[in-house]
Design a binder for this molecule. Structure first.
Ligand SMILES: [Fe+2]
Ligand SMILES: [Fe+2]
Length: 282
């Protein structure tokens, strides 16, 4: 049975330092929502990196600007804070300039199954001192419009010779349904280092490493205002639900929480050894 750790803690959380560099440590940050999300990343990520010593930092940035998409200035802000790779979801195309960013920076991803024209932007191979890491971004079909089959897309990506040569492979599966995410784990179990769910903005208590060495969590959660409705202003959202009138949502204001997972992966085999859920407040 592979080792398994799970921690749900606040500010006092501390993870042991890597014993050696044969492990790849991934720090994956859940959906960064609006200015409060970007601000807490900017404030906490440098300290987190010093403590955790991640090999690579990945953040889901589909909500980074006003809750919808990511502008160039938000990309630059998060890059300066220490994010290496950006994944996305159903809101990624909400800001058209993301297309320019994706062309300029292969580290800016969108789910590869959202459009035939964007299939190659669904993954990147990131070089580290411990070898390459492949990061893949794919979206579920349940409650999502116009999305190609995510399971076929993953088979296509894993069949790519470039990806096939990389041992450490992680996927951000941006999906609504828990069952769809569980099926993705079943499909990829033992073939990929980690299947990390995003999109619901609510972290789940099912982080684990399977016997075949794949780390999994149904949803990493959100990096945004704690007392919000999944990042949005509660007053506006209550009025919407009470009246049925689609008042324009706005990003909530208040204290934020950073939600993330730390995944340790054996660089020589691509198998994960642990996944730890992390929540930090200001
Ligand atoms: Fe999101
Ligand atoms: Fe989403």
């Amino acid at each position: 049975m592979a080792p398994y750790t799970l921690a749900l803690e606040g500010q006092r959380f501390c993870c042991p330092r890597l014993p050696q560099r044969l492990l790849v440590r991934l720090l994956f940050i859940g959906d960064v929502f609006g200015r409060p999300g970007r601000t807490i990343v900017r404030r906490l990520l440098p300290q987190l990196k010093a403590e955790q010593q991640p090999t690579v930092v990945v953040a889901n940035a589909e909500n980074a600007t006003h809750g919808t998409g990511m502008t160039r200035s938000a990309f630059e802000e998060l890059t300066a804070a220490g994010v290496d790779i950006f994944t996305g979801g159903n809101h990624t195309l909400g800001k058209p300039e993301i297309l320019d960013l994706m062309q300029e920076h292969p580290t800016v991803l969108c789910p590869g199954n959202v459009s035939p024209a964007l299939r190659r932007h669904g993954f990147v191979i990131w070089q580290t001192p411990d070898g390459p890491i492949a990061v893949v971004n794919v979206m579920g079909q349940y409650c999502m419009n116009g999305v190609d089959n995510p399971f076929r897309y993953m088979e296509e990506v894993l069949g790519d010779p470039e990806i096939g040569a990389v041992r450490v492979k992680v996927v951000d599966f941006h999906a609504e349904a828990t069952a769809e995410k569980a099926v993705m784990l079943r499909l990829l179990d033992g073939r990929i280092s980690a299947v990390l769910g995003t999109h619901t903005h609510v972290p789940t208590a099912d982080a684990r490493v399977t016997a075949a060495g794949t780390a999994f969590i149904t949803d990493v959660g959100m990096t945004g205002v704690r007392s919000s409705i999944i990042g949005l202003d509660p007053e506006v959202m209550m009025r919407r639900f009470e009246t049925g009138i689609m008042y324009a949502p706005r990003v909530a204001e208040g204290d934020a929480t950073l939600m993330a997972v730390v995944v340790d992966i054996d660089a020589s085999t691509g198998s994960s050894t642990s996944i730890t859920l992390l929540q930090r407040d200001h």
